[in-house]
Write a protein that binds this ligand. Structure first.
Ligand SMILES: Nc1ncnc2c1ncn2[C@@H]1O[C@H](COP(=O)(O)OP(=O)(O)OP(=O)(O)O)[C@@H](O)[C@H]1O
Ligand SMILES: [Mg+2]
Length: 499
């Protein structure tokens, strides 16, 4: 049997952005009916490689072969015409048109559907993949959740029935139900003979989906393994270039005074929330997507108004009318949707890191540039932010490195209370361990920390105590010793409070 040419083969691809060598001679093969995972630390070059496959960037060197034929894409339209689709890490959604129009956006000119027809087609397509359960074709782009935006982006690609399809961290904004639907979609594409590329930092997903795994490190090609021939530890070694301890173990700190106290706090989304966090304590908040965890964080941080109950800091009742209020009171809040809510993409790493400090110090007019640079530099090192310098624009950093900048900003405010919503989403395995270590260190310095996370091992690993939420309420509180994945899930799925 002769070996069939790969549906897509990238060979010795190089790409630089000024001084940054994003890719230094990378190979990738995507075969029909197979999933090839692409792994590597934040900034390793994964998204850059996919953007080259999608025709967004032209490589500086190397070659692309489609079914054995050399090709050169001059733009995304070329790649699409060749049957190749890349689903971006950041979906681009037109806010003022419907889901249906967003899905068919690239095809509208040629086909000229009427609106009703478009909606029927979109609905049928959503139903075909089971996504009609979680999204309506008539919803306006502006009203979509991050998960729904991601689904629209995926539908745009699959309606074209591509031969090659690549996903860039597709699950980072999806809940469990949507992830299950996406995996079913990928398996069907695979059965239909589509060649699939898949970028993810989540090891579990890789072992569920992938046939082969290609690892990049620092823009260089490290190797490709068949899934049956490798394991977690080997992949980590390939990505990071060293061994990492797999499980994080936190040494609880001595607890101080109660820093934060919520007494029956309510608003439109969360109801009767009572909780406490003490200095030196790390409190986890677990629950399913939609349980109200992020809204609780926003309520504490002054992003959502409190309509009932009381928030006390150090025993004093507080009413925050804006995030600025809460920053002044010593609260740092790294929200879940970092891009939209937290980063200035066209400003430097340095400016973004200093931003929250600046706000809190705005009464003093001058802040020394040198001090800002030193601040940024120290976090670039401790969080291993991959950037040529503190002056680089945040919009030019890789997705995971942007997230690290948001964390740096809030760490820099030296908060008394730190709220971290999904602190390691999109963050690579090496940096995850470092973020856990930073949380641990902060607790030992007497900071009170609340961590919201959908990853149960993460909540179990970092928390001294865990609150579980369902339907906007707290359904239980577990001390570390009693918390297990099972006990958390039982509380997270609590049906009684639904009524
Ligand atoms: N337009 C750009 N201008 C300058 N540098 C860039 C640009 N795009 C990417 N880079 C740099 O190229 C390197 C590779 O980035 P890339 O986005 O491919 O990483 P990644 O592997 O996808 O990381 P992540 O897991 O964080 O998403 C990074 O150092 C990044 O800062
Ligand atoms: Mg990326």
């Amino acid at each position: 049997m002769t070996e069939q040419a790969a549906a897509l083969k990238a060979h010795a691809i190089t790409k630089s952005f000024g001084p940054v060598h994003a890719l230094r001679g990378v190979d990738l093969e995507l075969r029909a009916g197979e999933v090839t995972a692409l792994m590597g630390e934040n900034g390793a070059g994964k998204s850059t490689l996919l953007k080259i496959l999608g025709g967004d960037y032209r490589p500086d060197g190397g070659e692309l072969l489609l079914a054995g034929e050399a090709t050169d894409f001059t733009g995304p339209a070329d790649a699409r015409d060749a049957g190749l689709r890349v689903i971006a890490q950041e979906p681009e959604i037109v806010p003022w048109v419907s889901v249906a129009e967003n899905i068919y956006i690239g095809t509208l000119g040629s086909v000229g559907f009427r609106r009703g027809q478009l909606e029927r087609n979109a609905t049928e397509e959503l139903r075909r993949w089971g996504f009609d359960r979680v999204i309506d074709a008539r919803t306006l782009g502006a009203d979509l959740s991050p998960a729904q935006r991601q689904i629209v982006e995926i539908m745009r690609a699959v309606i074209a029935r591509p031969k090659v399809i690549c996903f860039d961290e597709p699950t980072s904004s999806l809940g469990d139900e949507e992830v299950a639907l996406l995996f079913a979609l990928i398996r069907r594409l695979k059965a239909d003979g589509v060649a699939i590329g898949y970028v993810s930092h989540r090891m579990g997903e890789i072992f569920q989906l992938a046939d082969h795994i290609t690892v990049l490190r620092d823009g260089a090609y490290v190797g490709t393994k068949a899934v049956g021939e490798t394991d977690h530890d080997e992949l980590v070694r390939m990505m990071v270039g060293r061994d990492l301890t797999q499980f994080f173990h936190r040494e609880p700190a001595a607890l101080g005074d109660t820093v934060l106290e919520l007494d029956n706090v309510s608003n439109d989304i969360v109801h009767d929330i009572s909780l406490t966090v003490r200095a030196g304590e790390v409190v986890g908040v677990a629950g399913l997507v939609g349980a109200g965890r992020s809204e609780l964080m926003k309520t504490i941080a002054g992003d959502l108004l409190v309509t009932g109950g009381e928030i006390r800091m150090h025993g004093v009742p507080r009413r925050f009318r804006s995030p600025q209020d809460s920053i002044r009171a010593g609260i740092g809040f790294a929200p879940e949707e970092r891009k939209a809510e937290a980063l200035l993409l066209d400003r430097s790493v340095r400016d973004n890191t200093a931003l929250a400090v600046l706000r809190s110090l705005s009464r003093w007019i001058f802040v020394k540039d040198a001090a800002e640079s030193a601040l940024a530099q120290s976090y670039i090192e401790s969080l291993r932010i991959r950037t040529p310098s503190p002056e680089q624009l945040v919009g030019r950093l890789s997705g995971g490195n942007q997230q690290k900048v948001v964390l740096a900003r809030w760490l820099a405010t030296k908060p008394k209370l730190l709220l971290l919503d999904e602190p390691t989403r999109g963050i690579d395995v090496g940096a995850k361990a470092e973020i856990y270590a930073i949380i641990d260190r902060l607790a030992h310095e007497g900071v009170a920390v609340i961590v919201v996370s959908s990853e149960l091992p993460e909540v179990l690993g970092v928390s001294d105590r865990i609150y579980v939420m369902a339907h906007g309420r707290i359904t239980g509180e577990l001390p570390r010793a009693e918390a297990t994945e099972e006990s958390i899930l039982a509380l997270a799925m609590d049906e009684e409070v639904a009524a």
